[in-house]
Design a protein around this ligand. Structure first.
Ligand code: CAO
Length: 415
């Protein structure tokens, strides 16, 4: 028994944001039916291709645990099939450009008419307002959601992050909206519309930076390195490099081998509660009681000196040794792990977070399994479907079409 068993998802998503959402629902046991354009499919199938003729990793890693049907929803019989799917499914998920669904003839009003219990879940770049009609990709959302202006170094350009907070982050927000709406439907008996705008999702993840914006009105942000370095603050939350976003100062520091290994670094947090342990470890026992270093407030203007001394110590150890020495002393540290190290990490394989999947076109590849663990809903990661692999199966089993009907639709170019 899986948590979402029996829930049917009409997956009208493409690229990354929507597919990450429906993939999660699939991991939790929903029957996800991905609708794709005949002969074309989700654009990511053929983007960043690494194995000629095979679906790309971009597609396969975002579309596990789904069935794929092809359907041209701009033909009459294609529209008919889509109507039947709307009637049959619990949730319809889409992330087309604003207005695309209406142009296809499937406005919210029409969808509700067809199935008052359905939940229509959408990702758009922006919510209602001046930019609601814009097409949006990941990095635009990171910029418009406040992430880029607060990421990077004070004297450098704004930076986007490698974490796909605009796409995958919004997919997560949408998934929560969907299961919440399903929960409400248990009581109300009615579906509803769920909207997750990418700008809002990114801003939600940048909440602490809006916190700092308001604190800035009251004076300098003393935990930012630039305070100790004597640089004035402007009128907006600045980029804070690798400073910790919380009340415990932290930095990325060099470890043994940093001259040749781009990832020989550790994150090191000088948590106030364990300051004395930090002093002992780095060989500065005199700082425990010294008036310039003994309290968090005294240390704030001297963070460069503090982390300089910590780094002199971390440079003598590799990043895993730093962890082994600091963890028993409750000093929070973390190695900077490369994707190669993560791919090879046995504990992530053991928990099913990194999974090896076999695919008929491309052979074995690694993917990220379900990062959320439910004790009573086990996840089996299934390979992504080939384009239209389940068209006949879904049309016959879910919608009751005969093979003759299907042949006619194929000749018409509807499937
Ligand atoms: N049958 C027939 N037509 C189909 C179809 C099908 N099965 N599936 C899609 N289409 C049509 C749509 O109806 C649309 O047609 P119209 O423009 O005539 O209405 C057309 O395909 C293209 O859809 P689109 O505009 O969404 O696609 P795009 O590649 O031009 O834009 C994107 C992509 C992502 C910029 C846009 O979809 C968007 O802004 N989505 C919302 C935000 C979002 O999710 N962005 C993140 C994407 S991941 O980085």
């Amino acid at each position: 028994m899986k948590a979402l068993e029996g829930i049917k998802i009409l997956d009208f998503t493409h690229v990354q944001s929507g597919p990450t959402c429906t993939q999660l629902l699939g991991f939790f046991g929903a029957d996800v039916i991905k609708v794709e354009r005949p002969g074309v499919g989700d654009a990511t199938r053929k983007q960043l291709v690494d194995v000629e003729g095979a679906d790309s990793l971009y597609f396969t890693m975002l579309n596990h645990n789904k069935r794929s049907i092809t359907l041209n929803t701009k033909t009459d019989s294609g529209k008919n099939v889509l109507e039947k799917l709307v009637k049959e499914c619990d949730v319809m998920v889409e992330n087309f450009a604003p207005g695309a669904l209406d142009r296809m003839g499937f406005s919210w009003e029409r969808i509700q008419e067809l199935n008052p219990r359905i939940i229509l879940a959408s990702v758009k770049g922006f919510g209602p307002g001046p930019y609601e009609d814009c097409k949006v990709y990941e990095n635009i959302a990171q910029c418009a959601g406040g992430s880029a202006s607060t990421t990077g170094f004070r004297d450098g350009v704004p930076l986007v992050t490698g974490a796909q907070i605009g796409d995958s982050g919004t997919g997560l927000h949408l998934a929560l909206g969907i299961v919440t709406a399903l929960f409400q439907r248990e009581k109300s008996g009615k579906g509803q519309k769920v909207l997750a705008p990418m700008q809002d999702g990114v801003l939600n993840l940048c909440r602490v930076k809006l916190r700092d914006q308001q604190r800035l009105d009251k004076g300098p942000l003393k935990e930012y390195s630039q305070f100790g370095e004597g640089h004035e603050f402007g009128d907006a939350t600045p980029r804070a490099g690798n400073d910790s976003g919380g009340g415990q100062p932290g930095r990325i520091l060099k470890c043994k081998g940093w001259e040749t290994d781009p990832n020989a670094y550790t994150y090191f947090i000088t948590q106030a509660a364990v300051w004395k342990n930090v002093c002992d470890v780095i060989g500065k026992p005199e700082w425990k009681e010294h008036e310039d270093f003994a309290t968090p407030a005294a240390r704030l203007p001297r963070l460069n000196e503090v982390f300089g001394a910590v780094e002199e110590w971390t440079k003598t150890k590799n990043k895993f040794d730093v962890m082994e020495i600091c963890n028993p002393l409750n000093i929070p540290v973390g190695p900077i792990l490369s994707m190669k190290e993560i791919a090879e990490e046995p504990s992530l394989r053991d928990t099913g977070t990194i999974v090896e999947v076999d695919h008929p076109e491309r052979g074995k590849y690694l993917t990220v399994g379900c990062p959320i663990k439910l004790s009573d809903s086990p996840v089996e990661v299934e390979r992504s479907p080939l384009l239209g692999e389940h068209t006949e199966e879904v049309l016959q089993q879910v919608l009751g079409y005969s093979s003759e009907d299907i042949d006619v639709m194929r000749t018409d170019g509807a499937i």
